[in-house]
Design a binder for this molecule. Structure first.
Ligand code: FEO
Ligand code: CA
Ligand code: CA
Ligand code: CA
Length: 743
């Protein structure tokens, strides 16, 4: 949500939570002399920029007409689009963007068309709300899995959340719905169903694309779908609930944000701001009698009495409502007669087989429990383990890496049982959290009972690996991981394997922090400044965010050390170049709050998508195309912050080579009050799908009866569908000359 209008908890952006009150270090306090020798790693950067173009040329060589065209094409040859406040999607001249699949669109032949007036129902058979991460699962002309066909596929799409001002998902209900407690069951049942995931078949029809409402592949996961618990926490006492007394199942996936696509062809969906959907009653701490679960619940933002985002727990006595109230009310010792442990069933990377809706999805607990964004795979190299890079998007949270115990076997690229391959690579391995050092090096710190820092952690004594899988943030605290400026999506550069992370912003960086949630700038999160929004609003901290990148040590995916720098600092082009606009962004490329970040497998372009509230006085959210170099291609900068006592806080950081406009350029601007997110493309790179999330989300609920007062009427204003209520939607982008997207 943006534009908070009062201090009611339900108005606070759930992305903006801060639950990390550990004393984990800022860099200056962790400088370890032993590490300085690792700075030599910084010298070992390769020539990856050359590799980008070299690999394109190589793949073009001898591959016929298309490849020759690819060789001739100039990536980022398009003319940048201007910043814009228009209620429309703008793409460069020579490109076409059209709406494909929006909130409420039917997914079965018998589901009625969407009226978009708040009277629709049967959302289990419709597109969900707040389209987010998305992956392409190709089909051949006979409807079987294909990695090469460019004309037909399943899109697996996250439906993260819903537009709300206070409790109610107001565009879904005829009069805006009930914004006080208790919530009516009829409204809450709709809200359950618009969360989760959809799988929808899409096809090219002539020059256009359409989704198939009657495809047998179409499916939905919602907040109530039965899902298996897999990995170390399966069957653990922490997972025992009234619904699953043996701790092997739960219901629903929630706040699905970023995605991943496994090398064996399944879909990964990350559960992000799930915690705010649950609550606990006052008195629950005492009922738990000092049990360490209270420490865990508080670390995940659920102190007793915490308010819920939608009040689902108030809609009735039925179990589907009761589960959102996490209280020790039963008499069992293990929680098999209540929902005291229900929160432990949410917060994972969930794997599903997009091609087979008969299979239950699986929560891969080994990858840890936090506010997940994307799951970015290392390059799959036969004989080496797979690494998966993950961010925890809350202020001051950590970056993580999973390393599979199994070594990659290329035969698993096309397995008979895709979820069994998931069991092999996602249930057994090691989990690490990242520490970034001031000299440009870093360590992956293992989250395991055998790590002495975890064994000695008295604030929360870990029982076993399952306890670490469920209470991962506490394990990150224990090992001294680095608290970051809200890690969003990660992606791996196919040209050189370097890992990129969008750090979207952090309103709590301060040169002189106060309280437990503010932090001083450090080397990997080095900026604390003031930005003016509109005429007077002062935005403090790191309001524009940055994009960090990392290069693994010699052991590759299994490395426990890395080097890093900052690819880009978000900034207004006019901001001070020595302290804020460190990447020297120009008007063709300035941006704020990077969030989605995806390298195109086809072109190698780094696509950067924003979810911003800081620069939105000047422009709606956008997508940019980048052609980055590599870690270490820029310079060391020391930022000197004056302090009140006359001293100076000096922060060293490493700024990537400043991008000229032919290396970073704005490609798209979205409608009013939306976020740009999700990216999938055809194997040939000539069709791109992205998502427009929550256009018009800053509409005031009281104006529901007056469409003229909606801050956006997209996509109705471009002729898509009935009604005028704004709708999240997937759009499809093609180039009019048939070229690749980004050329
Ligand atoms: Fe759902 Fe942090 O973005
Ligand atoms: Ca500004
Ligand atoms: Ca996001
Ligand atoms: Ca977001």
């Amino acid at each position: 949500m943006s534009n908070p209008t009062d201090l009611d908890i339900s108005y606070i952006d759930p992305d903006d939570l801060n639950n990390n009150t550990s004393n984990n270090p800022s860099f200056e306090s962790v400088l370890d002399a032993r590490l300085s020798r690792r700075s030599v790693l910084r010298g070992s950067v390769g020539t990856a920029a050359a590799a980008v173009f070299g690999s394109l040329a190589a793949s073009a060589a001898g591959l016929g007409e298309e490849a020759v065209a690819a060789q001739r094409e100039k990536l980022l040859g398009f003319k940048e689009v201007a910043k814009s406040l228009a209620d429309s999607v703008t793409v460069p001249a020579g490109y076409t963007a059209s709406v494909l699949y929006a909130l409420g669109d039917p997914l079965t032949a018998s589901t009625p068309a969407y009226k978009n007036d708040g009277t629709d129902s049967d959302y289990e058979n419709r597109a969900g709300d707040h389209h987010d991460g998305m992956e392409w699962f190709g089909l051949d002309n006979n409807g079987r899995p294909s990695t090469t066909n460019n004309n037909r596929a399943l899109l697996a799409i996250n439906h993260e959340a819903t537009t709300d001002e206070k409790l109610s998902s107001f565009f879904l209900h005829a009069n805006g719905g009930t914004s006080s407690l208790p919530r009516p069951a009829s409204e809450v049942d709709k809200e359950f169903a618009i969360h989760g995931v959809s799988v929808v078949e899409v096809r090219r029809k002539g020059a256009k694309w359409e989704y198939l409402k009657d495809s047998a592949y179409n499916m939905r996961l919602t907040a109530l779908t039965e899902i298996e618990i897999a990995g170390p926490a399966r069957g653990n006492p922490l997972m025992v609930t009234r619904f699953s007394p043996n701790g092997t199942k739960t219901r629903g996936t929630l706040n699905n944000c970023g995605t991943g696509k496994t090398p064996w062809g399944t879909f990964l969906t990350g559960e992000e701001n799930w915690a705010g959907y649950f609550t606990r009653p006052k008195g629950d701490d005492a009922a738990r009698e000092g049990n360490k679960s209270v420490t865990a619940l508080v670390r995940y933002g659920r102190a007793e009495g915490a308010s819920t985002r939608h009040g689902w727990e108030t809609a009735g006595k039925d179990d589907r409502f009761a589960r959102w109230m996490n209280a020790k009310t039963g008499t069992s010792t293990n929680g098999s007669d209540d929902y005291r442990n229900e929160l432990n069933g949410m917060g994972y990377i969930v794997e599903m087989d997009a091609y087979d809706k008969t299979r239950l999805a699986k929560k891969r607990t080994g990858l840890g429990r936090f506010a997940h964004e994307s799951a970015a795979f290392s390059k799959a190299v036969p004989g080496q383990p797979l690494a998966i890079y993950q961010g925890d998007d809350s202020r001051n949270e950590y970056i993580y890496k999973w390393v599979s115990a199994a070594k990659w076997d290329a035969a698993d690229a096309n397995p008979a049982d895709r979820l069994a391959a998931g069991d092999k690579y996602l249930d057994h391995g090691k989990l690490y959290a990242a520490r970034f050092n001031a000299d440009g090096t870093g360590q992956w710190l293992e989250l395991s009972p055998t790590n002495p820092a975890i064994a000695a952690y008295t604030k929360y004594p870990f029982a076993d690996q399952a306890d670490i899988a469920v209470n991962t943030r506490l394990a990150g605290d224990a090992v001294g991981a680095t608290r970051m400026d809200r890690p969003e999506w990660g992606s791996v550069n196919p040209a050189n394997g370097e890992i990129y992370f969008a750090l979207t912003n952090n309103s709590n960086r301060r040169v002189e922090p106060s309280g437990s949630s503010q932090l001083a700038p450090d080397s990997a999160n080095p900026r604390a400044y003031s930005d003016i929004k509109g005429t007077a609003t002062v935005q403090a901290g790191n309001p524009n965010g940055h994009i960090l990148r990392m290069k693994e040590g010699a052991a590759g995916s299994a490395a426990t050390s890395f080097t890093w720098d900052v690819y880009l600092f978000g900034a207004e082009a006019s901001a001070a170049p020595g302290s804020v606009n460190l990447s020297k962004l120009t008007g063709e490329q300035d941006f704020s709050s990077p969030d989605g970040l995806v390298f195109s497998p086809s072109t190698g372009i780094c696509w950067i998508q924003t979810d911003d509230g800081a620069y939105t006085d000047v422009t709606n959210c956008m997508m940019l195309a980048g052609l980055p170099g590599q870690v270490g291609d820029g310079r060391k900068v020391t930022l000197n912050y004056p302090k009140a006592d006359g001293g100076v806080l000096a922060v060293d950081t490493y700024v990537g080579k400043a991008p000229t406009p032919d290396k970073l350029k704005r490609f798209l601007v979205g409608p009013v009050a939306c976020e740009i997110t999700g990216l999938a493309e055809t194997p040939d790179g000539k069709t791109m799908f992205i998502n427009i999330q929550h256009p018009g989300e800053n509409t005031v609920q009281a104006n529901i009866a007056d469409p003229a007062k909606y801050t956006s009427q997209w996509p109705a204003n471009v002729g898509y569908g009935a009604g005028k209520r704004p709708r999240s939607a997937t759009i499809v982008i093609t180039k009019n000359d048939g070229g690749r997207i980004g050329s």
